[in-house]
Design a protein around this ligand. Structure first.
Ligand SMILES: NC(=O)c1ccc[n+]([C@@H]2O[C@H](COP(=O)([O-])OP(=O)(O)OC[C@H]3O[C@@H](n4cnc5c(N)ncnc54)[C@H](OP(=O)(O)O)[C@@H]3O)[C@@H](O)[C@H]2O)c1
Length: 269
């Protein structure tokens, strides 16, 4: 039996977002945080009530080991912890969040046939409103997968997606917060141009985006139908929709997702 339920190697933007979510369903003292610059993990651990330790501790002493480093750093990390993993006798699961790196590649780099769960989270996980896509290799038992999903449910919504589609899902859900923030910021800029104070413009834009997404999910309406419901004939909203269409808004959003998916595929090579 491992001393810790979860450990995190890398407490950067995504690792820390997931650690913040994990403490909701797992006792913080059962979570170990580690990072190349240890102070970063120590600061977060003291804020969350988790333990802090070395990368070796994280590889050696937890049931689920979250690999929270950039894809380019994964080779170095896995060659560092490979010998530690090889010496373990009990069960453990590697959890990779690296964009573009397949489960098979993680297996190759770690030097062993280990149970691996691949996730694609997003930054809203830190606020409990995230989206986590996941898949696993056949070495992960159904019980291990269920326990993982339960442990991470404080992050938001989890959805199993076959691995071949994870790059596409990642371009929408993982990169999407940056695209959504550009849109929110641009709307606020428009509000400021029309005379609104900056803080109010940002609040209105963010609350509008949050509320629209929530209404869409609660009502089950198609976004096109929701758009139609706001556009009265000859009114102000349809004038704004026309301006967006003139500037190629939909094509720009589609291209953003396609470019992100292509770049993800490159990173995995
Ligand atoms: N950011 C997102 O929205 C997002 C979304 C989905 C997936 N991801 C994935 O999440 C992973 C992390 O991305 P990120 O945005 O969180 O990057 P990040 O903010 O740069 O964090 C990476 C962390 O890993 C640490 N690190 C690097 N090498 C290490 C090593 N050998 N041992 C221990 N710690 C090490 C770094 O430590 P230092 O403090 O020393 O630099 C840093 O704190 C990536 O694989 C990315 O593809 C990110």
């Amino acid at each position: 039996m491992s001393q810790y339920t979860l450990s995190f190697i890398g407490t950067g933007a995504m690792g820390s977002a997931l650690a913040k979510a994990a403490v909701k369903n797992t006792p913080p003292e059962k979570i170990l945080l580690s990072n190349r610059t240890p102070e970063k993990a120590e600061r977060l651990a003291s804020a969350l009530g988790c333990a802090a330790g070395s990368v070796t501790d994280a590889a050696e002493k937890a049931e689920y080991i979250f690999l929270g480093v950039k894809p380019q750093m994964m080779r170095e990390l896995l060659s560092e912890i490979g010998p530690v993993l090889a010496k373990r006798s009990g069960r453990f699961v590697l959890v990779t969040m690296a964009a573009g790196l397949t489960i098979e590649r993680i297996g190759e780099l770690s030097g062993g046939m280990y149970p691996v769960i691949r996730i694609m989270p997003n930054t809203p996980c830190a606020a409990g409103a995230g989206m986590i896509l996941y898949d696993a290799n056949s070495l992960v038992t159904p019980e291990e997968l269920d326990r993982f999903v339960a442990a991470m449910s404080g992050a938001g919504t989890l959805d199993r997606l076959e691995e071949r589609l994870i790059d596409a899902g990642s371009a929408v859900a993982g990169c999407g917060p940056a695209f959504a923030c550009l849109f929110i910021e641009a709307l606020a800029d428009g509000g400021v141009a029309c005379g609104l104070p900056r803080q109010k413009a940002l609040l209105y834009a963010a609350k509008m985006a949050e509320g629209t997404a929530r209404l869409m999910q609660e009502s089950g309406l198609h976004p096109g139908a929701m758009k139609d419901a706001v556009c009265s004939p000859g009114g102000s909203t349809i004038a704004g929709v026309r301006a967006l269409e003139e500037h190629g808004f939909r094509a720009a959003a589609m291209d953003a997702v396609i470019a992100a998916a292509e770049r993800t595929a490159e990173l995995g090579k």
